[in-house]
Write a protein that binds this ligand. Structure first.
Ligand SMILES: CC(C)(COP(=O)(O)OP(=O)(O)OC[C@H]1O[C@@H](n2cnc3c(N)ncnc32)[C@H](O)[C@@H]1OP(=O)(O)O)[C@@H](O)C(=O)NCCC(=O)NCCS
Length: 207
């Protein structure tokens, strides 16, 4: 109820869809710390979302728990990865790689695009504040895009809020280009919701 009231009578959120063609050669950027990427473990949570960051931590933990449950139920083919700072084995980034085939219920709930068989999606990138600005997100995004290629994807997409400059920059550095816009709207405190996906004029010079 509190979340609904916070949403207000009308809300509008514009996100930029970015995409990378995995068949095109691309040199992945390096982070300014040595990184290793591995599957998420529950024990990673305190390092990723320190209790000092209570509000963000609570939201992210809720989302992780929901997604893990959906993955277990088979409603979501989504893999959660964590990057660790190899100097201290500290988890310093989390991101999800989602494959095509999620249910219509999940697609509508998350206002997600319909993915083709050769498409994958990167979602919910998060770097704890102590590790920001070190180029971790672009490096991990590029590494996960390569994992998507191994799983058979030809394109990887992601949705980023239009005002999220750090994320838009990071996606660009990881080889992603804008290709569509998603407009989500809600009325009556979230009782009515809509999502529209609109193709964009190609921003990439060769498209
Ligand atoms: C977006 C996010 C994942 C970027 O992660 P990152 O590993 O810090 O990425 P980068 O190191 O490439 O930094 C990107 C930009 O963040 C900004 N930045 C730098 N240091 C920062 C800091 N200490 N705190 C906040 N932002 C910082 C800079 O603008 C930087 O760009 P620059 O290198 O041109 O200066 C991270 O800011 C984050 O977790 N934000 C909250 C969650 C979020 O928005 N997720 C994205 C969902 S699509």
């Amino acid at each position: 109820m509190r979340r609904r009231i916070k949403e207000g009578f009308h809300g509008r959120q514009v996100s930029i869809g970015v995409r990378r063609d995995l068949s095109e050669p691309f040199t992945a950027p390096s982070a300014r710390v040595p990184l290793a990427v591995r599957p998420f473990r529950t024990a990673d949570l305190p390092a990723l979302f320190p209790l000092t960051d209570a509000e963000i931590g609570a939201q992210e933990r809720e989302d992780i728990a929901w997604r893990l449950e959906m993955v277990e139920r088979g409603a979501f083919s989504s893999r959660c990865f964590v990057a660790v700072d190899e100097r201290s084995d500290t988890p310093c980034h989390i991101q999800w790689l989602t494959e095509a085939g999620y249910s219509e219920v999940i697609r509508r709930a998350g206002a997600l695009p319909t993915l083709g068989r050769e498409e994958a999606m990167l979602e919910n990138a998060y770097t704890p504040s102590a590790y920001r600005g070190l180029g971790i997100m672009p490096a991990v995004t590029a590494l996960l895009a390569e994992r998507a290629a191994v799983l058979g994807a030809r394109h990887v997409v992601a949705l980023i809020d239009e005002g999220n400059v750090p994320s838009l920059k990071g996606a660009r550095r990881a080889g992603f280009w804008p290709y569509m816009v998603r407009v989500r709207e809600q009325y009556c405190y979230g009782l009515i919701r809509s999502a529209r996906f609109m193709p964009m004029q190609a921003a990439k010079p060769s498209d």
